[in-house]
Design a protein around this ligand. Structure first.
Ligand code: ZN
Length: 652
């Protein structure tokens, strides 16, 4: 399997995270988030949006009476919870949690119909309407999340029950959709099942699932548009659903996928689809799909992505807009979209080795993903702005989506479980193996092992990343052998240095597409010392990105910083960094769970000499002040207040 992959991820169960930074988040997922989300799914959290998701399954299974409640894709919250549980169990066994998950799986099995169909909304409300509105009804989306949960749970526990449920549903879907006689030529209104089916194929070896995924990708965007055909069948001629004429772009169904050159529409749908395309290409070797993925990747990461790894610039449709349109205060940048960007980047690593993919994974993880969760694991952002003036968010309708404090739960609760499943599975993003090569994509303290041509290689990292760029890596093959250890040298880093067993390596001679490739005879006790200097940097945006003209963002290593009101008083927009800000940095262990803070020299205006005027003739007078920046992901953990990532720069 993975017939055309250049490299295959080392599975998360092989990697034990011991990292101060990620270990704490994983513990948070285990101790806070999984139990909290379980309560949320069972409506046991006072003052939070009700979910009803478990109750929907009970009603569908005939174990309870009542009406379906919630969004049409409420089932997916249960599946994402199960997937998170599976990843957690894979690295940290927990009998009680596994028992609870088994009970949920029993319940899901009871709700499934004899023909394999499984969706509580339609089972409870209107079974005769199933598969009549792929545009809006999310049946294939929910099926995709069921499949992902099933694959994860099978990998973690070896238990087949959920996998069998998922296979039965996938078989049913395969009998409904496709090119054969009597089948519907449809595809999902919310992509997700494409990537899930490839994962199901990889675990079962059943080509039917790969072919079905390929069918959904190949069929999408062909004329006549399926969403219009099925709307006519429902007697709704001319109805394109929400977003009207924009409907097809919103769902990336406006063109066949290979003809799509720029990212449009709903950002989460888009990146899930691109991930599915990359997975299918990894299995089939279809160069046209690889090219389409690369073109879209270039567009997203060079023209439509925030410095935080956030994507989806506007609330309308939770959409991509156009090149260089990246407003800081009305952006959408849904947590799920950054999570999906990480999925896509990892799938691209299977197609080609290039440090840019690891760079984007790292960028999204440390910034736009983690900003979605509070440090105590109890509150979440759906929208992740880069600039907040709370009063403006409260008063302006065009900022209605921008919450100024993280929420306990959401009516549309996609983000919290999505973030949880990614963090719980982070170990699966650290390494991959290719031909005689062990790739290290991320730096975090861990011990792991991987098989290279049958040689079991133990690998461990010791580091205090992302606060410190020193990484000590030990390589311990079970038998001495020549192979390559490839270390990603982050795109933000200049002056990286590597030593093997104390001997300095000329890094420029071993660099290849963002990786330092160290080829030698590795034996027990081999030690690599990697030094990634991480001075404070000021980053500017391309001039086309009009929003950020005259501004810089502060970064250190992979971490994007921001200025919060609590450290800098209000009117942060008025601050301007000195030409030489003389930055100082300090590790503050008691602040925001331990962070490196950055202080620097800036100027601000006086407020006391305006005589109540709104405007006056120019008078340049600036008062020097010290600013203090904290990591963007940790903002809004000390109450509501202004926050800015991009700040004015004197002399720019
Ligand atoms: Zn979301």
């Amino acid at each position: 399997m993975n017939r055309h992959s250049i490299s295959i991820p080392v599975p998360l169960e092989n990697v034990c995270i011991k990292d101060n930074f990620w270990g704490r988040y994983q513990e948070l997922i285990r101790k806070e988030v999984i139990p909290y989300q379980w309560k949320a799914l069972n409506d046991q959290i006072p003052d939070a949006e009700p979910s009803h998701a478990i109750e929907n399954f009970r009603i569908a299974a005939g174990l309870s009476e009542g009406e379906y409640y919630g969004r049409i894709f409420q089932d997916s919250d249960v599946y994402k919870w199960l997937e998170t549980v599976a990843y957690s169990l894979a690295t940290c066994p927990d009998k009680e949690l596994e028992k609870r998950a088994d009970e949920v799986i029993e319940l899901i099995g009871k709700a499934q119909l004899d023909d394999g169909y499984l969706n509580t909304y339609f089972i409870i409300n209107c079974l005769d309407k199933r598969w009549t509105n792929e545009r809006d009804k999310h049946e294939l989306y929910c099926a995709g999340h069921l499949i992902e949960a099933a694959v994860a749970y099978y990998n973690a526990t070896g238990k087949r029950k959920l996998l069998d449920i998922a296979c039965a549903f996938a078989d049913h879907i395969d009998s409904v959709f496709g090119i054969g006689e009597g089948k519907k030529r449809g595809y999902p209104g919310h992509q997700e099942i494409e990537l899930a089916l490839v994962r199901l194929y990889r675990v079962t070896g059943n080509e039917r699932y790969l072919n079905l995924s390929k069918y959904f990708i190949d069929e999408r965007g062909k004329q006549p548009y399926y969403f219009e055909t099925e709307a006519e069948r429902r007697g709704e001629k001319g109805n394109n659903g929400y977003f009207g004429d924009y409907s097809h772009k919103y769902r990336q169904a406006h063109l066949p996928v290979r003809e799509q050159k720029v990212a449009v529409g709903h950002a989460v749908r888009a990146v899930y689809m691109y991930t599915g395309m990359a997975y299918v290409a990894a299995e089939t070797g279809d160069k046209t799909l690889v090219d389409a993925c690369r073109t879209l990747w270039e567009n997203v990461t060079r023209k439509q992505m925030y410095i935080t790894g956030g994507i989806g610039a506007q609330g309308y449709g939770e959409d991509f807009t156009f090149d260089y349109d990246l407003p800081n205060d009305t952006c959408y940048t849904e947590t799920c979209a950054s999570v999906g960007l990480v999925f896509w980047a990892r799938s691209m690593q299977e197609l080609e080795i290039d440090g840019v993919y690891g760079d984007i994974i790292e960028k999204a993880l440390y910034n736009g993903v983690l900003s979605g969760i509070s440090l105590d694991g109890k509150r979440y952002f759906y929208v992740n702005p880069l600039e907040v003036w709370p009063e403006s968010c409260h008063q302006r309708h065009d900022k209605a989506d921008v919450a100024t404090i993280r929420q306990k739960w959401f009516n549309c609760a996609c983000c919290p479980p999505n973030l949880a499943r990614l963090v719980a599975s982070i170990g699966g993003y650290v390494y991959s193996t290719g031909k005689k090569t062990l790739y290290t994509h991320l730096y975090m303290e861990n011990t792991g092992h991987a098989s290279l041509d049958g040689n079991d290689v133990k690998i461990s990292q010791k580091t205090n990343y992302p606060w410190d760029g020193n990484v000590k890596i030990e390589i311990e093959p079970s038998c001495e052998a020549e192979f390559t250890v490839a270390l990603r040298i982050p795109g933000w880093c200049t002056g990286a240095a590597v030593k093997i067993n104390g001997e300095k390596i000329e890094i420029s001679k071993v660099m290849d597409k963002g990786y330092a490739k160290l080829t030698c005879f590795w034996k027990r006790g081999s030690v690599i010392e990697l030094d990634l200097p991480m001075p404070v940097r000021r980053v500017q945006a391309h001039p086309e990105l009009r929003e950020n003209a005259g501004k810089v963002a502060i970064m250190r290593g992979p971490v994007v910083y921001c200025l919060e009101q609590v450290d800098n008083s209000e009117i942060i927009a008025d601050l301007a960094l000195a030409e030489d800000p003389e930055f100082t940095e300090k590790y503050e262990k008691d602040l925001l769970n331990g962070i490196v803070t950055i202080e620097g020299k800036a100027y601000r205006s006086r407020l006391d000499n305006w005589d109540g005027k709104l405007y006056r003739d120019l008078e340049i007078e600036k008062t020097p002040v010290r600013i203090k920046a904290v990591p963007y992901y940790a903002w809004n953990n000390r109450g509501e207040g202004e926050m800015y990532v991009w700040i004015r720069q004197m002399g720019l």
